[in-house]
Design a protein around this ligand. Structure first.
Ligand SMILES: Nc1ncnc2c1ncn2[C@@H]1O[C@H](COP(=O)(O)OP(=O)(O)OP(=O)(O)O)[C@@H](O)[C@H]1O
Ligand SMILES: [Mg+2]
Length: 354
């Protein structure tokens, strides 16, 4: 994330003159941001800011753009929120409570503002930046698209620890999330058609933190009856690993450690590696079966699906089992960023057409 800053400095002048096109994937766990110049991620968490009594400046430098203020107060977001706020104060974009529609979009709007703030770091004086946002919602939440569009369109004051600008969002495109992945394969990053993608019926499986989303595209047409979501995801494995480590060591382990055990199968106990690979395999069972069940519910044995693209931060954890059942499945490269990349490609494609 610090890498982008230098490049951004060089681009600051061009930012005020041109339009920044952003592929923005606001996940339940992680926000993914891609532009034609840069890409970065940050955790989808926030909480009310606290006064930092010590090392204020170095904390600010370590988490640039993670403090934002708006009508509802001052907020810590992303890695800063994870590092400085107690778990009980962290808000996440999760669940389908009755007010998820309005709350969800306020939450998404704030995360979008943080993302924009990070893109224009170092700009002050309320200069106006023009943006075009291409984004997505889970398949089963697409009915909220109009409201999300409304929340993002127009002028927003963005005031963070590292910028103060007026963001003028002139265009918003909202698509079902897995379509991002589809466009990342069907289009070139610049928006031209990828001539090597010759499939007619393309399936997409997006394994995220809290949802597994699948979609089917038939030669450019979204097939609703063969698309859908389930509330499963990487968190199911993380919860099991967390409970198991707490049982074995009588301590609650931080998220980073749980993630490491999940990825490597090894837990470092007081400096000694302990093999947890069998337990990790067990912990992954619910995610693997939820994913394969959703696929077979929507696509049966997949005989009529020409290619299946696997994306999302959880894709590599389930791809082996999926490929066994559906040999036409492929893990896309940089799977976690695939939706955001495709949103951007699509925006570039749409611009090329007008
Ligand atoms: N830098 C990284 N590289 C690879 N995997 C990561 C990285 N950071 C997080 N992950 C893994 O990816 C998972 C999150 O995946 P992803 O970003 O696709 O979820 P999400 O989009 O936030 O969730 P959802 O799609 O349910 O809204 C995390 O739980 C973690 O296991
Ligand atoms: Mg996602």
């Amino acid at each position: 994330m610090t890498k982008q800053t230098k490049k951004q400095q060089q681009n600051l002048n061009s930012l005020t003159t041109g339009i920044i096109t952003v592929g923005l994937d606001i996940g339940y766990g992680v926000v993914k941001v891609v532009t034609n110049e840069t890409s970065f991620t940050f955790p989808s968490v926030m909480g009310h800011a606290r006064e930092i009594k010590f090392q204020q400046e170095s904390i600010q430098q370590k988490y640039p753009g993670d403090q934002i203020s708006d009508d509802e107060g001052m907020w810590f977001v992303g890695d800063l929120a994870l590092a400085q706020l107690p778990p009980g104060e962290l808000l996440r974009l999760r669940g389908r409570t009755a007010n998820e529609k309005t709350m969800g979009n306020t939450f998404r709007q704030r995360l979008a503002k943080v993302a924009i703030g990070k893109l224009v770091q170092g700009m002050w004086g309320r200069d106006v930046v023009h943006l075009k946002i291409s984004t997505g919602l889970p398949v089963d939440h697409m009915r909220d698209a109009a409201e999300l569009k409304e929340a993002l369109l127009g002028k927003h004051l963005i005031k963070t620890d590292s910028c103060e600008v007026i963001a003028h969002v002139t265009d918003v495109i909202v698509m079902p999330q897995p379509y991002g992945t589809a466009y990342s394969q069907m289009l070139m990053p610049t928006g031209e058609i990828n001539v090597y993608h010759t499939y007619m019926r393309t399936g997409i499986v997006d394994v995220g933190t809290y949802t597994v989303d699948i979609a089917l595209d038939d030669d450019g047409e979204f097939v609703d009856s063969e698309s859908g979501s389930v509330e499963s995801g990487v968190y199911t494995a993380q919860e099991r690993i967390s409970a198991m480590l707490e049982r074995d060591y009588r301590e609650k382990m931080p998220y980073k450690i749980i993630e490491q055990v999940l990825r490597t199968g090894v837990f470092m106990a007081s400096g000694n590696p302990v093999n947890y690979s069998d337990e990790v395999e067990d912990a992954l069972l619910p995610l693997r079966s939820a994913t394969v069940n959703l696929m077979s519910e929507k696509w049966q044995r997949g005989t009529t699906v020409d290619v299946i693209y696997l994306s999302g931060g959880g894709a590599e954890l389930v791809c082996e089992q999926i490929i066994e059942a559906y040999p036409q499945a492929k893990l896309v490269s940089q799977a976690q960023m695939a939706n955001a990349r495709g949103y951007l490609s699509y925006a570039n494609f749409a611009r090329g057409k007008t």
